[in-house]
Design a protein around this ligand. Structure first.
Ligand SMILES: [Zn+2]
Length: 401
């Protein structure tokens, strides 16, 4: 057990956080979890405040984003972002999802990797640094609603409440690469019209499912078109391609109510992933042009609604902050990480949107079953994240901006 001893603080805090079910939809455990973080901050002479996204959402559901500050009186601030909401556990767990089980170098439980380990790693680092003379301020942002792309989590903290900072490290990430970007997202909903009728008399109706199939077929050309796009940033380890590429998938289809009724409406939805550096506006324009042509080509009657849009981002590897984080991780772990971009999105886009350089590194290793059954985090990755943050906190301010 001796090699675990240096993580005692982090594991006992992780255990407290994992025991609180903080699923994003019911939001029931949010306040309790936020209180634990605030209490821990105050115990370690850090200041903590809660920015409640409910003030923006106005629906009576508290969304306590927690900000913990180590104030060094500096004019330079590094933001450290994570989130404490989790996805539902699902069934089939060998370990209890809402109780921490530590076994053979791993800590099991829902939210361990994604992303409560990120919170405890940063809290452990701030605790170690709280008595040191530093040249930069450090701020942990422990957000909510991340798993549901929530507007009133970190986006609210950054864009509405106006949290300021000079650079951001997103610890809601894996340790295999230093991520300098994430993909943008467009979600589309296509409603295809037909004419409802009796299945015994199909010649009197127009089957909306058959119409939709024509369009879905046609969208295979769109998929080919976007797959040709290639980023300058590397794809994560284990990807089928070397560089991040454009992606399109049909993800939902809905039509029909009864076997003997020809449906008059069919709706399908899709997910399009942009390159980190791709402009959302251009991608939207391209999609709309494609859709218009597809209608002409198929003769379908349909309309397209974009139900969600999120910019990707791409941080330049020339920035001093990127070099500093890269060197700090190398100094801490002995590993020089390759630069890459995430295939998914992440909350880094809310920092990038506000002009703050963003890099991502954290404990969510690819094989940790995050969002899956028996999620775990490697203790070594908690330690590496914590120690990297400690070393980052000790750099001089000219290494940040
Ligand atoms: Zn996450």
């Amino acid at each position: 057990m001796s090699e675990l001893a240096p993580l005692d603080y982090e594991l006992s805090l992780l255990s407290r956080l994992v025991e609180i079910n903080t699923e994003s939809v019911p939001k029931k455990g949010y306040s309790e979890c936020a209180s634990v973080i605030v209490e821990e901050a105050e115990k370690n002479s850090l200041t903590a405040e809660i920015v409640d996204g409910e003030k923006g959402a106005n629906d009576g559901l508290s969304r306590p984003n927690v900000i913990v500050t180590l104030d060094s009186g500096s004019d330079t601030t590094v933001l450290l972002e994570s989130h404490f909401d989790v996805v539902p556990p699902g069934t089939g767990w060998k370990y209890p999802p809402f109780k921490l089980t530590v076994e053979q170098g791993k800590a099991y439980g829902r939210g361990t990797a994604d992303n409560k380990a990120g919170i405890v790693a940063v809290m452990g680092a701030l605790r170690q640094l709280s008595n040191e003379k530093l040249d930069v301020n450090l701020k942990l942002v422990a957000g909510v609603d991340e798993e549901i792309g929530g507007r009133y989590g970190v986006d609210y903290v950054m864009s509405d409440w106006g949290l300021k900072g000079d650079a951001a490290l997103i610890v809601d990430a894996g340790p295999e690469s230093l991520f300098l970007g994430a993909s943008g997202i467009i979600w589309g909903k296509v409603t295809v019209k037909g004419k409802q009728g009796h299945a015994g008399y199909p010649f009197k109706a127009k089957n909306a499912i058959e119409e939709a199939m024509k369009l879905i077929d046609c969208f295979e050309d769109y998929e080919k078109l976007v797959e040709k796009k290639e980023s300058t940033l590397h794809a994560p380890v284990g990807s089928p391609r070397k560089f991040v590429w454009g992606r399109y998938s049909v993800t939902m289809i809905r039509a029909g109510e009864k076997e003997n009724v020809i449906p008059g409406i069919c709706e399908f939805r899709f997910d399009r992933r942009l390159l980190p550096e791709e402009s959302l506006e251009n991608a939207e324009g391209e999609l709309m042009d494609f859709f218009k042509n597809a209608l002409d080509e198929t003769g379908c009657e349909a309309f397209l609604e974009l139900v969600n849009k999120q910019n990707g981002y791409c941080t330049s590897s020339d920035l001093v902050f990127v070099q500093t984080v890269s060197e700090t991780i190398q100094k801490t772990t002995g590993q020089r990480l390759p630069f890459a971009a995430e295939l998914g999105g992440n909350d880094g886009s809310f920092f990038a949107k506000n002009g703050i350089p963003v890099v991502c590194y954290g404990p969510i290793r690819a094989d940790t079953h995050y969002h899956g059954v028996d999620e775990f985090v490697y203790l070594q990755d908690i330690k590496n994240t914590r120690d990297s943050v400690v070393n980052l906190g000790k750099v001089s301010r000219d290494k940040i901006v």
